[in-house]
Design a protein around this ligand. Structure first.
Ligand code: ZN
Length: 332
């Protein structure tokens, strides 16, 4: 049993309180590799931003849970080395699928977990979430729950269609489970294909314009639970310049589409205090690697193509923090 406090990590409680009051959102970046971890830490330190580093089931399978935990511990020490005296880094389990997975993560040093019972009948979601909350709170670990179903695919989380969160359920759910934050469904979606072309319109340049998020549902939820931390999953913007680079250098991502950044900027000013971004990091990394290898066919040292990949991810993380979520300068 390792307590996250001994690793220098923090939970989300104070962070979210300040974010909701201050009208900004904390970035939650998924990570699987050392380069992603380094880019996240460099971006957070340079912008003086708190940050959530999150691990999905797929990441646990790919990188090994123990390694990821030590990488998060390394992230704290690395941030200090980069000149940040008191980094605020959360190690969070993304889409925990069972009590056992959540318990495993809590026991090995995670400071925050998500239990995703959104696919279960309402009462079962409550029972499972409550069980995780009771265990987690003994160790001051915070718990994110989910109500409503998102469309799209993120690792092994998939749902063919989305069902918006029902505002009339949120008070009962939050009260009975004791969860610390709530992921809701208002039209965001997992993956790099958040909408089919049929769900979108096209602008004069032929670029797809997605349907707007359901801000009316968000505002209704905020009115029911004033000040309660709300989380948005599936909030990558799928930058069209990265998609174009990937396609230019041998990739094939036709009509990949995300959530427009101005909508995320608006959401950040509300009770939305955690915004999950995964696909944009994948796209930034892949675009840089494809471009580098196409332009330098003789290179075979991974450091040669992973350096521009890391730089490109760092640039994207800084852009999100400063220009979209507004969490820069909010350390301490
Ligand atoms: Zn998610």
């Amino acid at each position: 049993m390792v307590n996250y406090k001994d690793l220098g990590l923090v939970n989300t409680r104070e962070m979210f309180k300040k974010a909701v009051a201050g009208g900004y959102a904390i970035p939650a970046f998924n990570f699987n590799t050392m380069e992603q971890m380094q880019a996240i830490v460099m971006a957070a330190v340079e912008t003086k931003s708190p940050v959530i580093m999150q691990v999905s089931k797929g990441a646990r399978k790919y990188a090994n849970p123990t390694i990821l935990r030590y990488m998060a511990q390394g992230a704290v020490e690395y941030a200090k080395e980069l000149g940040c005296e008191k980094p605020e880094i959360v190690l969070h389990l993304d889409h925990g699928d069972s009590f056992e997975t959540c318990k495993d993560c809590i026991d090995c040093g995670f400071s925050s977990v998500m239990i995703d019972g959104s696919h279960l009948p309402y009462e079962e979601n409550i029972a499972l979430t409550k069980k995780v909350v009771e265990y987690a709170h003994q160790f001051d670990v915070t718990v994110e729950a989910e109500l409503g179903v998102l469309a799209g695919v993120e690792d092994e989380v998939s749902a063919a269609e989305s069902h918006y969160t029902k505002p009339e359920e949120v008070i009962d759910f939050a009260t009975r489970t004791g969860c610390d934050s709530l992921a809701i469904s208002i039209g965001t979606s997992h993956g790099a294909y958040k909408f089919t072309p049929a769900q979108c319109t096209r602008n004069e340049k032929g670029i797809l314009v997605p349907p707007p998020l359901a801000f009316d549902v968000l505002h209704e939820i905020e009115a029911k639970l004033p000040g309660f931390p709300i989380v948005l999953h599936g909030s990558s913007s799928v930058p069209q310049d990265e998609v174009a680079t990937i396609n230019e250098f041998g990739g094939k991502l036709p009509d990949a589409i995300g959530i427009p950044e101005e909508q995320l900027r608006e959401a950040s000013k509300s009770a939305v205090c955690k915004i999950n971004i995964d696909s944009d990091s994948r796209l930034a990394m892949t675009a840089a690697i494809r471009k580098h290898l196409a332009e330098n066919p003789s290179h075979f040292d991974p450091r040669q193509y992973l350096t521009p990949a890391r730089d490109n991810m760092k640039k994207m993380y800084i852009h999100k923090i400063v220009d979209v979520l507004g969490s820069n300068g909010h350390l301490g």
